[in-house]
Ligand binder design. Structure first.
Ligand SMILES: C[S@@+](CC[C@H](N)C(=O)[O-])C[C@H]1O[C@@H](n2cnc3c(N)ncnc32)[C@H](O)[C@@H]1O
Length: 197
């Protein structure tokens, strides 16, 4: 099944991930701010990989961050990078977001550079809704534009990724459950997000 396959796919890429990944910086801070992260926020980072977003959440003063991923090796890199941060503030867990029901509720749930890999979008919407506080915010975002991302995924197996749809189509899965109040689908940036209805 795909879950094991996705974890294995990213395990194979973990050793070189940080060399290829975007450096932590202004873009990640902007994504975290779009997700409404602020002093004292409880954040769920879905598909955290090696933890590139965690710097931004910590800088904005999040009090509790749970970062999930399917890849044990990506998580091992993340734990090494953030070894100095107490686990009460930042915890990495090898879990599938679609089965993750034992924590929360969260002020913000961020799916950064991971959305195409979560193949069952309806289940993702349900999981996100169940884990957010009333009026909590979710954000799906990518650090590159849709065409660039889809080209980048052209040779990735179909049980590991899916085509990233135009944001106006992608939100159709979310808008019965969330009030969508932000969306961008530009050559350089892709995101949509909203608050629990
Ligand atoms: C392209 S990587 C992005 C990692 C990180 N967010 C970044 O931007 O560098 C996507 C990550 O999502 C994780 N992932 C995919 N499906 C997942 C799921 N259902 N639950 C949790 N993590 C998942 C993968 O294991 C992978 O590490």
């Amino acid at each position: 099944m795909s879950i094991g396959k996705i974890g294995a796919y990213f395990d194979e890429r973990a050793a070189n991930w940080n060399e290829m990944a975007e450096p932590a910086g202004a873009k990640h801070l902007m994504v975290a701010q779009l997700a409404g992260v602020h002093e004292g926020s409880r954040v769920l980072d879905v598909g955290c990989g090696t933890g590139i977003m965690e710097h931004a959440y910590l800088e904005l003063g999040a009090s509790s961050i749970v970062a999930l991923d399917l890849s044990k090796k990506m998580l091992a890199c993340a734990r090494e990078t953030f070894a100095d941060v107490p686990t009460e503030r930042l915890r990495f867990e090898c879990r599938d977001i679609l089965d993750y029901a034992n924590d929360g509720p969260f002020d913000a749930i961020v799916i950064y550079n991971a959305y195409p890999h979560i193949l069952d979008k309806e289940a993702l919407v349900r999981a996100t809704a169940s884990l957010l506080k009333p009026h909590g915010r979710f954000l799906v975002a990518h650090g590159m534009g849709r065409d660039t991302l889809n080209a980048h995924h052209a040779n990735v197996p179909h049980d590991v990724t899916s085509n990233l749809l135009p944001a106006r189509e992608a939100v159709l899965d979310w808008q019965a459950t969330f009030e969508i109040d932000m969306l961008a689908d530009t050559p350089y940036l892709y995101f949509f997000g909203g608050v629990q209805q």
